[in-house]
Design a protein around this ligand. Structure first.
Ligand code: DP6
Length: 357
């Protein structure tokens, strides 16, 4: 009987507070700007992936949420080939190791949230895939090293290799070796931080991120201004606000960056609209709340879709969620708005997360 080798890992969803939007190299997936994210709780949102390999497997195969999917996309192939290369190096150094790099892989992956909910499933998906294979291959690489492989699968995935507060440094090198995720602070640094997701619509995205950002890079004059004059300074300020646990500053920068990203979408030609009327109502409401309190206690942010992620501190939870419930239960769209409270990130649940595999 041929032996089957296997390993499982989970990876969490991350939500950017300083957005990645634009590639300077499409093949290596190198971004035009650095970005920052908060990793959400694996209890609520995560991908669980089991990677296995055996001499008897006849081809590489993937099952995602119970359905067979192709592994033949150039991005996935690039990730598999990078991981196999690392394993080959180990096998070349130690003759006694089984030749896993020569065997086909079977991957089984499952999300604990609906893929259609407009949440960043590709980030958790690629991060879990890379982590599970790295564990199967017993690779010594660090989370930052692996983030460079995940980046080639989907840019935002590189940030899901860490829990807590994460920066993706855009890097300068043409080969992408310095374009990687690093930890800004662990979850335990700011335990008061909370996030909730307002699912405004679970329709599929109008314009997928990859093609949307290509269009913005090509056509938006505002985009140049954003990457040259706005983001570099904001990147440093946001890291500082996290290190200093300065919520009003963190929240202001988060909202401004969401606005700036959606402005470049609107400035693309033809324009890209990710926000709908309900998304805009939520923006107004959060601004009204902050104005009425006289201090910023909540921040909204939107990715490439209409669903809002709201960040706030635990001490303000009843004020923030209370208001959202009170307002949205009285409008027609309430049925579609599913308010979930999430404690970000993952370290509590997986103490080894981010410290390598
Ligand atoms: C708006 O990581 O999905 O969520 O690299 O082409 O796979 P690809 O794009 P992707 O883009 C995410 C865009 C974003 C912002 C962010 O997560 O930083």
């Amino acid at each position: 009987m041929a032996k089957i080798y296997y390993a499982s890992r989970t990876a969490p969803v991350n939500i950017a507070t300083l957005k990645y939007w634009g590639k300077r190299d499409k093949d290596l997936n190198l971004p035009t700007n650095s970005s920052i994210s908060v990793t959400l709780s694996q209890k609520d949102l995560r991908t669980l992936t089991t990677a296995s390999c055996s001499e008897v497997f006849e081809k590489d195969e993937l099952w995602l949420n119970g359905q067979s999917h192709s592994l033949d996309t150039p991005r996935t192939q690039q990730c598999l080939s990078d991981l196999r290369k690392y394993r080959e190096e180990l096998e070349a150094r130690d003759e006694s190791l089984p030749k896993l790099s020569k065997m086909h892989l079977h991957i089984v992956s499952e999300n604990n949230f609906p893929t259609a909910a407009g949440l960043a499933s590709s980030a958790a998906g690629f991060a879990a895939l890379i982590s599970a294979i790295a564990k199967l291959y017993e690779l010594p690489q660090t989370a930052s090293d692996l983030s460079k492989i995940a980046r080639k699968g989907s840019g935002s995935a590189c940030r899901s290799l860490f829990g807590g507060y994460v920066a993706w440094e855009m890097g300068e090198l043409e080969n992408g070796e310095d374009s990687k995720a690093v930890e800004v602070a662990p979850l335990s640094h700011w335990p008061d931080m909370k996030a909730c997701i307002l699912v405004v619509s679970d329709d599929k995205k109008d314009v997928p991120s990859t093609s949307g950002m290509q269009l913005t890079v090509k056509t938006s004059p505002l985009f140049q201004h954003r990457i040259e004059k706005v983001v570099p300074q904001r990147f440093e300020e946001m890291k500082k606000s996290i290190v200093e646990k300065n919520f009003p500053l963190f929240a202001e920068l988060t909202m401004k960056d969401s606005n700036s990203f959606h402005a470049t979408c609107l400035d693309s030609y033809p324009p890209i609209f990710y926000l709908n009327d309900t998304s805009k109502r939520i923006i107004k409401l959060i601004n009204l709340l902050n104005d009425s309190v006289g201090e910023i206690i909540a921040a909204y942010t939107y990715d490439a879709g209409p669903n809002a992620v709201i960040y706030y501190e635990q001490k303000n939870e009843s004020r923030v969620l209370g208001l959202l419930h009170a307002v949205f239960k009285s409008v027609d769209g309430w049925q579609k708005i599913d308010v979930k409270s999430l404690t970000p990130p993952s370290i509590e649940l997986d103490p080894t997360w981010g410290s390598g595999v």
